[in-house]
Design a protein around this ligand. Structure first.
Ligand SMILES: Nc1nc2c(ncn2[C@@H]2O[C@H](COP(=O)(O)OP(=O)(O)OP(=O)(O)O)[C@@H](O)[C@H]2O)c(=O)[nH]1
Ligand SMILES: [Mg+2]
Length: 304
């Protein structure tokens, strides 16, 4: 008897910090998308592949949707909506303790414009570990009065609550068809980009305020060594001299700490030894350079 396989794309959308990347990693069972406590961590679409029975679910992590100000913001938000438009199923994540914020209202208002009637749109209320049941039920009701979602899930991406139900449901909703990736593939992102993202995560975790939003990381060289280790050279682009000093820190202590953390995580991801070399370059205009956007996996649009 021939078995039917299913496969398709599930876009995770929501405000910055909703927990989209945490959910993607949880679904895939490995860290393929970086996570921080800060907003606007994810900058481009990141695909992670999860198997559930005969279904292959390709999760698409997207940047948070917010009111863009800079060119980079606009490219990020446009990548997020693009991810939604291309998906078979869209999961809107909101935060249980924050409820229906202005940002959530703006997403609800724009959702029809960026989706089509054939797509299924589900709601996932995340971070349920932070609220009591009554508040949660009221929020679910309120959201469904604003828009009818095909299904509502209450989850904690971090604690793993409710995510099995969500995955099983998604697996059933996907169209019949052959798998899109080899069964053992978990991510669709070049290694050099994953490596750059790991370093950007460590920078974001170790630097204060605005700085993480003003920098980008690129992997310039990747050398496989005979002893099985990898040599990875990366550049951190910043727009101001002062920022370079902050990243380096006193006697280079900050960059050393960041570099060590990034190297350890990359080595763990690859399962082998890594030699990581970081260089900080001042490039006043990097936020306006098309090449930087290409490296990030974003579209560079002309005009402001
Ligand atoms: N308490 C709690 N925290 C969570 C949960 N899920 C995610 N978080 C935390 O929320 C923060 C943001 O998580 P991310 O996964 O980076 O959020 P995101 O939606 O990808 O954010 P952007 O990439 O900025 O759009 C992190 O500090 C997570 O640890 C959850 O279920 N409960
Ligand atoms: Mg993210």
């Amino acid at each position: 008897m021939a078995e039917t396989t299913r496969a398709g794309f599930v876009a995770l959308i929501g405000e910055p910090n909703a927990g989209k990347s945490t959910l993607l990693n949880r679904m895939v069972g490995a860290k393929v998308s970086i996570v921080t406590h800060k907003v606007q961590t994810t900058r481009a679409r990141i695909r992670g592949v999860a198997m559930e029975g005969d279904s292959q679910i390709v999760f698409v992590d997207t940047p948070g949707i917010f009111k863009p100000k800079r060119r980079l913001d606009r490219a990020m938000v446009s990548a997020a909506w693009g991810g939604a438009a291309d998906a078979d199923v869209v999961v809107l994540l909101i935060e249980a303790h924050k409820g229906i914020t202005e940002g959530v209202e703006a997403i609800l208002a724009a959702l029809d414009e960026h989706s089509n009637p054939k797509q299924k749109i589900a709601l996932a209320i995340n971070k349920i570990d932070m609220v009591d049941v009554e508040k949660l039920l009221a929020l679910a009701k309120d959201m469904n009065e604003r828009r009818s979602f095909v299904e509502t899930f209450m989850i904690s991406a971090e604690k793993g609550k409710g995510v099995d139900d969500l995955r099983k449901w998604l697996a059933r909703e996907l169209p019949e068809g052959p798998w899109l990736y080899p069964e053992d593939q978990i991510a669709d992102l070049p290694m050099r980009m994953i490596a750059a993202e790991i370093t950007r995560e460590k920078l974001t975790l170790n630097l204060h305020q605005e700085l993480p939003y003003q920098l980008t990381v690129e992997t310039e060289q990747w050398e496989e060594r005979k002893d099985g280790s990898a040599r990875v050279d990366q550049v951190i682009y910043v727009s101001r001299d002062g920022h370079k000093g902050i990243i380096l820190g006193k006697r280079g202590e900050t960059i050393k700490r960041i570099s060590r953390a990034a190297r350890e995580e990359l080595a763990e991801f690859l399962g082998r030894k890594v030699h990581l070399f970081l260089q900080v370059k001042v490039r006043p205009n990097w936020l306006e350079e098309a090449e930087r956007y290409g490296e990030m996996g974003l579209d560079f649009k002309d005009g402001n």
